[in-house]
Design a binder for this molecule. Structure first.
Ligand code: SF4
Length: 300
C-alpha cells in the first residue's frame, strides 16, 4: 500500500493524471483516474489540466495521447514490448502500394495502427465511428486499414466499395463459432455481445456488436442475467462493477501486450519520467491531421 500512497503523492506533486484502458489488469484500472476506450482517454488527457499523462495501454494509445497533447509529457509505463499486433501489420509502404492500385480511394485507418500509418491516411476511425466516417468521407472507394474484420463489418453497412487491408487483431480473430457454442452448451439462455474485430461468423450470431464502451452499456442495460462477452477479458472488471449480479462468460481472450503495465512501473515512471513518449514533430502533425479528420467526418 506504500507504493499506492507514493503514486498519489507523485501525482499531486507533478500534476499528473493516470489513464487506463478497459483491457488493463484490474489493479491498474482501480488506481487510474479514468478508465475507458483508447480515444476517449486521449481526449480526457487533452482536456485535463494535468501536465503529465500516464497512459496505461498499448503503444499506439500513448502515441495518440501525445499527438492530441504534444505540449504535455506523456508517460508509457510498460515492461517490455507493449504494442498492439495491428501496429506491426500495416506499414506506410504497404498503404502507399494500395493507394497506387486504387488512385480514387481514400484511406480510412482504424485507430489501432502505428502513428506512421495514420500519417499516410486520410482519416482515422474508432470501432464506433467507422461507419459514419466511411459514409461521410468524400470518396466512393475506401481503403480500410488495418483490420479486415472491422472492414467487413463496415462493408455490410455501406454501399461504398471497401478495400480491406489484410490485418487483424490476433486476440479477436482467433475466436471460433465452436468456442462460443461450447460456452452456450454449458450455460442457459443468454445473450452474446461481440466486438467488431471478431470474424463475421461470430458477429452474425451475436445479439449486439459494438465497441468496448458499447458492450459495457448494452450489458448494463440488458434484461438477461447471463451474457457471453466476445472481447478481451480485462473488460470483466468493469462489467462486474456495473452489474455485480450478472454472470459473464468469455472465450479465452487475453491480450498480453495490454498486461505489461504494473503498479511499480507507474511509480517508476512518475519518479523518473521513464517511458516518456518522444515523437517527431512532423509525424505528430501528419498523424494529427488524420485524427482531426475523424472528427470532421464522424458527424451523423
Ligand atoms: S486486443 Fe487486439 S486490437 Fe486490442 S490491443 Fe490487443 S492486439 Fe490490439
Amino acid at each position: 500500500m506504500e507504493i499506492l500512497k507514493r503514486i498519489e503523492e507523485l501525482k499531486k506533486e507533478k500534476n499528473a493524471i493516470i489513464l487506463a484502458h478497459y483491457y488493463q489488469n484490474a489493479d491498474i484500472q482501480d488506481l487510474a483516474d479514468y478508465v475507458g476506450d483508447s480515444y476517449f482517454l486521449s481526449e480526457i488527457g487533452r482536456d485535463s489540466d494535468a501536465e503529465i499523462i500516464v497512459y496505461c495501454g498499448v503503444k499506439f494509445m500513448a502515441e495518440s495521447a501525445k499527438i492530441l497533447s504534444p505540449e504535455k509529457t506523456v508517460l508509457f509505463p510498460v515492461h517490455g514490448d507493449a504494442t498492439c499486433c495491428m501496429e506491426h501489420q500495416a506499414t506506410p509502404g504497404l498503404v502507399e502500394e494500395m493507394k497506387k492500385k486504387h488512385p480514387n480511394a481514400k484511406v480510412v485507418t482504424y485507430i489501432n495502427s502505428s502513428s506512421e500509418v495514420k500519417a499516410v491516411s486520410d482519416a482515422c476511425c474508432t470501432s464506433s465511428s467507422a461507419i459514419n466516417i466511411v459514409e461521410n468521407i468524400d470518396a466512393d472507394e475506401i481503403i480500410f486499414v488495418p483490420d479486415q474484420n472491422l472492414a467487413s463489418y463496415v462493408a455490410e453497412q455501406t454501399t461504398k466499395k471497401i478495400i480491406p487491408f489484410d490485418g487483424q487483431c490476433n486476440v479477436h480473430h482467433k475466436v471460433t463459432l465452436k468456442n462460443i457454442e461450447s460456452l452456450k452448451e454449458q450455460h442457459g439462455e443468454l445473450e452474446i455481445l461481440a466486438h467488431p474485430e471478431c470474424q463475421k461468423e461470430i458477429r452474425d450470431i451475436s445479439d449486439y456488436v459494438g465497441s468496448t464502451a458499447g458492450i459495457l452499456k448494452y450489458a448494463r442495460e440488458s434484461k438477461k442475467n447471463e451474457l457471453i462477452i466476445v472481447t478481451e477479458k480485462g473488460i470483466e472488471h468493469q462489467l462486474r462493477k456495473d452489474s455485480p449480479k450478472k454472470k459473464f462468460y468469455f472465450p479465452h481472450m487475453i491480450c498480453s501486450p495490454m498486461k505489461r503495465v504494473f503498479v511499480e512501473s507507474i511509480a517508476e515512471a512518475l519518479e523518473t519520467n521513464k517511458g516518456e513518449v518522444i515523437m517527431d514533430q512532423r509525424l505528430i502533425e501528419k498523424a494529427k491531421r488524420a485524427l482531426l479528420n475523424m472528427h470532421k467526418y464522424a458527424g451523423g
